[in-house]
Ligand binder design. Structure first.
Ligand SMILES: [Mg+2]
Length: 120
């Protein structure tokens, strides 16, 4: 119930996140495959929640998350990270992202992160 933008440069990962989220509830899903697209699409569609991969070419998730939060300080962004990205993740937390999940994650984990973030 709401619009969720999934940002990841890997289509497989976008599909995993999309399928997990859609099992939970009937969300409208938008997709972006790099940080540039993510910022543009955010401004156009104002999604309720964003899941943001950290490592992408053409503007990574850290820069994109910061730009989105500068544009809309109420943006709700869940970072999708891997082990070894703690430094970048810390930057995102300081910039004001809502939550983060670490790959590989379970379906339950992404669903509970989305639900908690919606209710923040
Ligand atoms: Mg990636």
């Amino acid at each position: 119930m709401g619009t969720i933008m999934i940002v990841d440069d890997a289509r497989l990962m976008r599909n995993i996140i999309k399928n997990s989220i859609q099992e939970d509830s009937d969300h409208r899903i938008l997709e972006a495959e790099n940080g540039h697209q993510a910022v543009e699409l955010y401004k156009k569609e104002k999604p309720d929640i964003v899941t943001m991969d950290i490592t992408m070419e053409e503007k990574n998730g850290v820069e994109a998350a910061k730009e989105i939060l500068e544009y809309d300080s109420n943006a709700k962004i869940i970072m999708v990270t891997s082990l070894g990205q703690e430094k970048l993740l810390q930057e995102c937390i300081e910039a004001g992202v809502s939550d983060y999940i670490v790959k590989p994650f379970t379906k339950e984990r992404i669903i509970s992160s989305v639900e908690n973030t919606v209710n923040q």
